[in-house]
Design a protein around this ligand. Structure first.
Ligand SMILES: Cc1cc2nc3c(=O)[nH]c(=O)nc-3n(C[C@H](O)[C@H](O)[C@H](O)COP(=O)(O)OP(=O)(O)OC[C@H]3O[C@@H](n4cnc5c(N)ncnc54)[C@H](O)[C@@H]3O)c2cc1C
Ligand code: FES
Length: 260
């Protein structure tokens, strides 16, 4: 673990904050770091910027994420990583779909694709307009290829990102889909992509404690999300279909549903 000093904090939405950190070296889009907040907890966070500085983008959901959101320039956190696998660049006409903070792990992927001459179509989904993450950053990169959906219709397509994705996939022949966000959204998009024969890479979230495949808290089927994921391709998603979009382990080891 390395103790690092926060360089800058940006409030992105009412409850999402980006913390800029010194470069996390050797990282690729889709990977995550374990961030330790002294006296509180250590939590996994995707890298939302890769390079110098690097960044994490945090939605406040509990004690650790609230504590992170209250830190500022000059405060210190502990960082381990990068961990996990990364997205594999595939296809000439990819579709990227990020729901909520899921866009944090997809934004660096879109930037890497654009740097390599592939302009993806990217859909940002959120509950409402004020929750849309990285819209300006991605609009500068992708122009009209950036799509937006909001559940309440306050901006862009009115409805769930999974429904809009199905409409987009019916109109345009994408040759690969990348998904990160609420698991129910990812599972619906995967099911539609399977029907159309479009390969998928989906980034999954499970409770991560050790991050190195030892404790088992992040198990899904035969895999450990922390080490074998977080990115699962279609072949691996087929193997974990009993759990994907349906259930996960909570902090006490009980299986709880995620299909809502
Ligand atoms: C690989 C990976 C990358 C992640 N990247 C990001 C990111 O970029 N930005 C971000 O805001 N969050 C991300 N998360 C989720 C983040 O780690 C959790 O929200 C955080 O650990 C919650 O800690 P807490 O103490 O604030 O809340 P807690 O009190 O621990 O949890 C609050 C609620 O969130 C649920 N929860 C906690 N952790 C997870 C999890 N891993 N999967 C599903 N549900 C969970 C709990 O069951 C509870 O209902 C990522 C998780 C993983 C595994
Ligand atoms: S977090 Fe311990 S095995 Fe994955």
């Amino acid at each position: 673990m390395t103790a690092v000093t926060i360089k800058r904090v940006v409030r992105e939405t009412p409850d999402i904050y980006t913390l800029y950190l010194p470069a996390v070296t050797g990282a690729h889009p889709g990977q995550y770091v374990m961030v330790w907040i002294p006296g509180i907890d250590e939590v996994p966070m995707s890298l939302s910027t890769i390079g110098s500085p690097s960044s994490i983008t945090v939605r406040v959901v509990g004690d650790a994420t609230r504590a992170l959101s209250q830190l500022g320039k000059g405060d210190k956190v502990g960082v381990r990583g990068p961990f996990g696998n990364s997205y594999t660049l595939k296809g000439r006409r990819p579709l990227l779909v990020g729901g909520g903070t899921g866009i944090a792990s997809l934004a660096p992927l879109a930037e890497e694709m654009a740097a390599k001459g592939v302009k993806p179509t990217l859909l940002i989904g959120a509950h409402s307009r004020d929750q849309l993450l990285f819209k300006d950053r991605l609009s500068r990169l992708l122009g009209p290829r950036l799509m937006v959906s909001t559940d309440d219709g306050s901006e862009g397509y009115h409805g769930y990102a999974s429904n809009y994705t199905a409409e987009l996939m019916a109109k345009t022949k994408f040759d690969h889909a990348y998904v990160c966000g609420p698991e129910i959204m990812a599972a619906k998009i995967w099911a539609e992509a399977e029907r159309l024969g479009v390969p998928v890479q989906a980034s999954l979230e499970r409770l991560c404690k050790c991050a190195v495949g030892l404790c088992g808290s992040c198990a899904i089927g035969p895999y450990r999300v922390c080490r074998d994921g977080p990115v699962f391709n279609s072949a691996k998603l087929r193997e974990v279909v009993a759990d994907f979009g349906k259930r996960r382990m909570d902090a006490s080891g009980r299986m709880i549903r995620v299909d809502h």
